[in-house]
Ligand binder design. Structure first.
Ligand code: F3S
Length: 750
């Protein structure tokens, strides 16, 4: 009996990734993690996951609100994601990237007006998920169904990742004739395709095939179908205990293949069990010599009958020895050393001791995309590389030097205990949801939008392609994730500048600043990273009710440092101290004779005070308030009135300015001045007339007195009395003339 195991066995990339994510999430949340649907079609693995607290829920409604939920590799519809958000799940999307790519294709081409056709099983969760990312998708599972589709203008065909290649080609051919414009994407996962090709090749060569995997797994079913096409005996098993020797002959060549969701340990158990069966058979006298080879490549020729015989030698390696040999095969993800054999167009060909050379595509050479491989390595150099793909589909081994370099950089970064204190130069790579991806020494780091700057960033795309200084603020070693911040760098730089500024602050120095905030008690002024306070009493020389009377937000001003308290981090500033004192300029600002305008702020019995500016008031004396004489100031003006006045006098020492409203009114109203002049002239004329009358009366009285007998007889007495007599004041002469005369009469009578 010969056992030939397929080359590609064990979990596919997507399943392995989903399981790893689920286990990490379970660890992070201490168990109680849900997966939407079974993560994998394998009961043993599901049991193992359950033991770690990872439970599968068939419906989102079965999951408690706010639980951690993992979306499996099959993917889901946008509506289901929406529902998860509604239920506040802590969502981790483990959808296989290959499936996600299909979501993107159908979404894009649906938007472009293509009818979307999915080749696959309509009841498969992956297909349901894909259909959710576009409108009105049709699902076909066979050529017959494809034939029944109507002709359409534009058609785009994709495939379920686990579909079989041949029927897909058939459907592609049919649908290409059913559309004016036809596009198809071969989205059958390479893992699936490779396993199918291997299954086909093995089943053509083997007498019996064993397909290890869950009967519910789509790709296991496909493998069974393919094997059945070329091999008469196909035994699907999900675990080793289902194996039996019945129907297996000693000369059988048995091929072993496994589905993408079958863990490698189950396949190894099956193979081990077969080796035990093999021994049992070997102990039987009629059993021929059995040979087994595990993990032989499909290309390996199956030994001819004669070779079989030759192999039935006592020195034939045991199963364990052959198995040991398989461990040295190259596999994806393996890091190996090789020597450079050729460098062509930036691609490096490397001899890794495998049956075919490996090559490093240019984009896999270095984490620094600008590096030219020829400048770094030369033919004959030994380098370390990672196997990305054992077979790229054309028989080449795909290698990456970049991954090895990245791992080394990562390890170095992780060993650096001061990683979070360092500033790295990163490059903005791409805008992603919630922020940007940047590379730090070739390692991807997520920079959240809120960490891009100390200010709001309008367009994150401005950072793409640019150098950006970054600090690492979070590291998830298990997921190899770094969260970085440019804001932290900016803050650290500002802190240094601030410290330097504090050290430079000197009481008595003048500095420039920007008014940032105004409060009742003062104005906060930014003097280059430090906010100092100008107290309201230091805003202006005069009394101000609120700093906004003098200052405004955003105003650039020069201030005087009045006090610095480094401990309390307080700086007192003065603004008025750098402004001229108002009264020193009053002479220039308010020259005598100039006309000024101001608000009446106070009225007193002798006049009104007028505010010319916040710190300077002038006085209008009551006699200068109106054009005519008034009893009280309020007869003409009131508090709050705006008045125009002429400056009569400025006394800066006494801080007094005399104003006249009367003069302005007269200057501005000539008819009033004329009227006043006329009144004055009239008054003067009347006074002159009265004076003349009085003089005449006096003359007449005097003559009468001198000619009277009494005057003549006692001239001496009269003269004395005349000298003692005082005339009443002129202004009262008119009114007192009669009295005067009556006095004279009485005296004469006496
Ligand atoms: Fe993904 Fe392919 Fe596996 S699509 S889940 S890697 S079979």
């Amino acid at each position: 009996m010969q056992i030939i195991a397929a080359h590609n066995i064990g979990f596919c990339f997507g399943v392995e990734r989903a399981i790893r994510i689920a286990k990490e999430e379970a660890k992070r949340h201490g168990g109680a993690v849900y997966t939407y649907g079974e993560l994998i079609h394998n009961a043993a693995v599901i049991r193992e996951l359950e033991e770690e607290g990872i439970r599968a829920a068939e419906s989102l409604e079965d999951i408690p609100q706010g639980s951690p939920v993992i979306l499996r590799s099959h993917g889901v519809t946008p509506q289901e994601i929406e529902r998860c958000h509604e239920k506040s799940f802590l969502l981790t999307d483990a959808t296989c990237p290959f499936v996600k790519k299909i979501h993107g294709i159908v979404g894009e081409y649906c938007e472009r007006g293509y009818h979307i056709v999915i080749f696959g099983s309509s009841d498969h969760p992956e297909v349901k998920g894909i259909a959710g990312w576009c409108r009105n998708a049709r699902v076909v599972s066979s050529a017959q169904e494809a034939e029944s589709l109507p002709f359409v203008e534009k058609l785009c065909l994709v495939s379920q990742t686990t579909a079989s290649y041949e029927p897909f080609l058939e459907v592609t051919d049919i649908l290409s004739k059913k559309a004016g414009e036809f596009l198809f994407f071969n989205t059958i996962c390479e893992t699936t395709a490779t396993r199918q090709f291997e299954a086909e090749a093995l089943s053509k060569k083997c007498t019996k095939m064993i397909v290890v995997g869950s009967p519910h797994s789509s790709n296991t079913q496909k493998l069974v179908q393919i094997c059945e096409k070329y091999c008469n005996y196909v035994l699907p098993v999900s675990k080793d205990c289902e194996l039996s020797l019945e129907n297996i002959a000693t000369n059988d060549i048995i091929g072993v293949v496994g589905g993408a969701s079958t863990p490698i340990w189950i396949i190894m158990e099956v193979i081990t069990r077969m080796s035990e069966l093999e021994k049992t058979m070997a102990e039987s006298p009629e059993v021929e010599k059995v040979e087994a080879e595990v993990a032989a490549t499909v290309e390996q020729p199956i030994p001819a009958e004669s070779e079989h015989a030759a192999a039935q030698d006592a020195s034939e390696p045991s199963f364990e020895e052959v198995f040991e040999k398989t461990l040295v095969r190259i596999k994806n993800g393996q890091i190996i050393k090789g020597s450079v054999v050729q460098i062509v167009d930036g691609e490096v060909c490397v001899n890794i001791g495998y049956k075919s050379d490996g090559f490093i595509p240019r984009n896999e050479f270095s984490t620094d995309t600008d590096v030219n491989p020829s400048d770094v390595v030369k033919v004959g150099d030994e380098i370390e590389v990672e196997v990305i793909k054992v077979n790229d589909g054309e028989g080449n081994v795909l290698l990456s030097r970049k991954n090895v370099e990245g791992k080394k950089i990562w390890d170095e970064l992780m060993q650096d205990e001061a990683i979070q204190d360092k500033v790295f130069t990163g490059i903005g790579k791409e805008v992603v949801k919630g922020g940007m991806i940047a590379t730090i020494n070739g390692i991807r780091a997520f920079v959240p939008a809120s960490q891009l700057s100390t200010k709001y960033v309008e367009n994150i795309g401005d950072f793409v392609g640019e150098e950006i200084s970054l600090k690492v603020i979070e590291v998830d070693k298990s997921r190899k994730r770094i969260v970085a911040s440019h804001k932290a760098v900016m803050q650290a730089e500002a802190e240094i500048v601030r410290k330097e500024l504090w050290a430079k602050l000197e009481v008595g120095a003048k500095v420039n600043g920007i008014v940032r905030r105004l409060t009742d008690f003062g104005a906060f002024v930014d003097i280059g990273g430090i906010d100092g306070l100008v107290h309201v009493t230091d805003v202006a020389w005069g009394r101000v009710k609120h700093p906004s009377d003098v200052l405004s937000i955003g105003q650039e001003i020069e201030v005087l440092i009045r006090d610095v308290d480094i401990e309390k981090q307080r700086v007192s500033l003065g603004y008025k101290q750098l402004q001229p004192k108002p009264w020193t300029m009053a002479n220039e600002k308010y020259p005598v004779g100039s006309i000024v305008e101001g608000r009446v702020v106070r009225i007193v019995p002798f006049g009104a005070f007028v505010a010319l500016e916040p710190t300077i008031d002038g006085l209008i004396h009551i006699s200068q308030v109106g054009v005519r004489r008034i009893e009280k100031v309020e007869d003409e003006i009131n508090v709050g009135d705006i008045v125009r006045c002429k400056v009569l006098d400025v006394n800066t020492e006494a801080k007094r300015i005399s104003l006249s409203r009367r003069e302005v009114v007269l200057e501005e109203n000539p008819e009033v001045a004329e009227e006043l002049a006329k009144e004055k002239a009239d008054r003067e004329q009347q006074a002159a007339d009265r004076a003349a009358e009085r003089a005449a009366a006096m003359e007449s009285a005097k003559a009468t007195r001198e000619n009277s007998p009494a005057a003549r007889t006692d001239k001496r007495r009269t003269r004395r009395e005349d000298s003692e007599y005082e005339l009443p004041p002129v202004q009262s002469a008119t009114t007192s003339l009669a009295d005067l005369f009556s006095n004279f009469s009485e005296e004469n009578e006496n």
